[in-house]
Design a binder for this molecule. Sequence first.
Ligand code: FAD
Length: 308
Amino acid sequence: MAILVIAEHDNRTLKGATLNTITAASQIGGDIHLLVAGNNCKGVAATAANIAGVSKVLLAEQSTYEHQLAENMAKLVLELGKDYSHIISPATSAGKNFMPRVAALLDVAQISDITAVISADTFERPIYAGNAVATVQSLDSIKVITVRSTGFDPAEENGSASIAEIGTAHDAGISTFVSEEVAESDRPELTAANIVISGGRGMGNGENFGLLENVADKLGAAVGASRAAVDAGFVPNDMQVGQTGKIVAPDLYIAVGISGAIQHLAGMKDSKIIVAINKDEEAPIFTVADYGLVADLFDVMPELQQKL
Ligand SMILES: Cc1cc2nc3c(=O)[nH]c(=O)nc-3n(C[C@H](O)[C@H](O)[C@H](O)COP(=O)(O)OP(=O)(O)OC[C@H]3O[C@@H](n4cnc5c(N)ncnc54)[C@H](O)[C@@H]3O)c2cc1C
């Protein structure tokens, strides 16, 4: 049994979700090969070779893989994946884009967003916005799996895998990369941050998010938001945490002016410590909070900043 894991990267750095995905693969057991598909990404492959548990890095460097277009990635993963028992990717935007195509082309059912490995063919995954956990068994000959990275610890980086170059250049010819707009921020990325402070509709407007940013800068935290705050136009939608936003599980999550709707909890309830600040003591966020402060955020946020 050998497992093919697809690395998440941007041709310069290997993304942390890859490390959690390797841990999931290790729990399945067997030889783990890690595919780094991109362009000018030898540095990523070198980093990948250090991940404990990986025996071989497959480096596919072609211009057609530079932006990981799903159509081209699916063809590459399909070609390589035929010889593996499991094909696994992080359940990130990229993985969610090409993995269903791989599953469809292999004519197998994808097992999405797993949070635990029970055995080589049985996995746990959240359903109903995280309100229940389903145990699913797959009888398919090749298991195509996406991994919810918050369910697994990152793998150590003390390995020494070999690197093999893959020559094939797939170009499905049906999509081209046009441009991308990447939000630049000095703060840590939301899904990778150890501390996240999020604001909700209670913030009142976008300017007031400055109160959270001041505290975030003191703590080295990322800033998130509820969907109500995003829909109201306070902040951009890449800050949204929840069922239809980003899933985070930092060491510390601070929810400010957020009521705690189930769709928000679905994105943050696995955080190790949850702090809620809300002026309504009946707010459901307090049912998941380790520490709750019933207070007006406009009083306590400046005080918190000052104390920090
Ligand atoms: C299919 C679907 C998917 C969804 N996906 C998501 C998702 O991914 N993420 C998400 O967040 N939501 C999602 N939602 C929306 C979700 O149901 C809630 O509407 C949303 O989370 C509410 O955001 P909120 O807590 O900021 O706003 P509200 O529910 O309006 O809560 C605002 C809170 O702020 C408090 N407050 C107000 N003023 C102050 C003050 N001065 N000081 C302290 N506290 C104050 C209030 O007491 C209140 O509890 C989804 C909904 C649906 C139907």
